[in-house]
Design a protein around this ligand. Structure first.
Ligand SMILES: [Zn+2]
Ligand SMILES: [Zn+2]
Length: 177
């Protein structure tokens, strides 16, 4: 998942972590958390099961961003976190991202680096689109979050499955009436 112009794998990672940790059907086991890191281009081999609680806490913290009722609240949350986290922006180059920004101090452990990158990429998304591109899935009974980095930006569901289910239900309701 990438927005043209800058590298934003932290956005997809934030969504995956929040869904793993806070959604009703999420899996927040250490293995599942490691998989979140692996599929989103983080140094998953540095993950240790002892770190899992830090990632779970961070997932619950970021949930508040996706739940934020308005831009002011979302900005307040992200600004507060930017003051709390150790941040030390610098350039890095490694696979699979090429040259990109790191936001945590160079010697930081994986959880701090993950927190810094997800936080800053969400902040960049807000700079670009406000909170129009993020939210909680519109499908009935689904509490998963999404981030829309497509050009059109009209996404309201966490997945194709939820979009289809909702469309079919709406179609049936129309036909009944
Ligand atoms: Zn990197
Ligand atoms: Zn959904």
């Amino acid at each position: 998942m990438r927005i043209t112009g800058y590298k934003s794998h932290g956005v997809a990672a934030a969504v995956a972590l929040v869904n793993a940790v806070t959604s009703a059907d999420g899996d927040d086991s250490a293995d599942a958390l490691r998989e979140v890191l692996r599929t989103n281009g983080f140094f998953w081999h540095e993950f240790e099961p002892a770190d899992a609680d830090e990632f779970r806490r961070w997932g619950r913290t970021l949930r508040r961003f996706f739940d934020a009722p308005d831009l002011d609240e979302a900005m307040r949350l992200l600004n507060g976190l930017m003051l709390e986290l150790p941040l030390h922006p610098h350039l890095a180059e490694h696979d699979p991202h090429g040259v990109h920004m790191h936001y945590a101090p160079p010697s930081s452990r994986l959880p701090d680096r993950f927190r810094a990158t997800t936080l800053m990429h969400l902040a960049e998304l807000v700079v670009e689109h406000g909170i129009d591109r993020t939210g909680v899935c519109d499908a009935e009974g689904c509490d998963r979050v999404y981030a829309d980095t497509s050009r059109a930006g009209r996404r309201r569901f966490c997945s194709e499955g939820c979009a289809n289910r909702t469309n079919v239900a709406a179609f049936r309701a129309r036909r009944r009436s």
